[in-house]
Design a protein around this ligand. Structure first.
Ligand code: MN
Length: 238
């Protein structure tokens, strides 16, 4: 049986609608996972996780900085309180129970914040010398390079110590949670990926592999590695 991979949805708070870019679903499906779309309240987060083999935390709007003890700076973007409640609970539980998890963009930031780390609320105003991380090119365009930490899980997955990636973020991980380590940085020092080696599979990337996977083997390998880890953990039981 192929592993069930939960995929978190965005909430359009104004229209009261769930949203998901189909690219996430297609990338998980192409990697051999069975995608299951996730949304709900905190109780649902606790309940659904025992039925899932892996989780993909997707991109979206900013997390409420109250989760890391800050008030909003002028550069903070839109927030989604219901999504935050659900995902913070899901993320903490996934970490505690050893559920293989991949975070993309907001998902990467969530994986840091939910476990005690934090982010720059707005790169352009807080890191004025940073590169342009909110690229204006299309999703499939790789706008900047990243250096991958040798010996990291990401280095094994990508099979290289350097990647080019797309970039659609104005926040980035500042303080890592305890036990986590950086596995990719941009030339300006911005954290582009981190992992937790004490967990069966816990990896966050700041770029969007779901926008690249058609053309890019390293992006396909990221989704495959999540699905493979989910299959392996499911087969030996959590
Ligand atoms: Mn970037």
């Amino acid at each position: 049986m192929n592993p069930l991979i939960g995929i978190t949805c965005s909430i359009d708070e104004q229209a009261d609608r769930l949203q998901l870019n189909a690219a996430y679903l297609e990338a998980v499906e192409a990697a051999g996972g069975v995608p299951v779309l996730l949304a709900g309240g905190r109780e649902v987060a606790l309940e659904v996780i025992s039925r899932l083999d892996g989780i993909l935390f997707t991109g979206g709007v900013d997390l409420d900085p109250a989760y890391f003890g800050e008030d909003p700076l002028p550069g903070l973007g839109e927030v989604s309180p219901r999504r935050d409640l659900f995902e913070v609970e899901l993320c903490r539980t996934a970490h505690r129970l050893g559920v293989p998890s991949l975070g993309i963009c907001r998902g990467c930031q969530l994986m840091a914040i939910a476990l005690g780390g934090d982010v720059y609320q707005d790169i352009p105003s807080q890191l004025p010398n940073a590169l342009q991380h909110a690229q204006r090119g299309p999703r499939f365009h790789k706008s900047h390079g990243v250096t991958v930490t040798p010996g990291s899980r990401l280095a094994r997955i990508a099979g290289t110590d350097g990647l080019r990636v797309n970039s659609f973020h104005h926040q980035s991980v500042r303080r890592l949670p305890q036990g986590a380590s950086v596995c990719a940085v941009a030339p300006d020092g911005v954290v582009e990926a981190f992992e937790d080696k004490s967990h069966p599979f816990w990896l966050g990337v700041q770029w969007h592999p779901e926008g690249l996977w058609h053309e890019d083997e390293a992006s396909r390998a990221l989704f495959r590695s999540l699905v493979d880890a989910a299959r392996e953990v499911a087969s030996r039981g959590r």
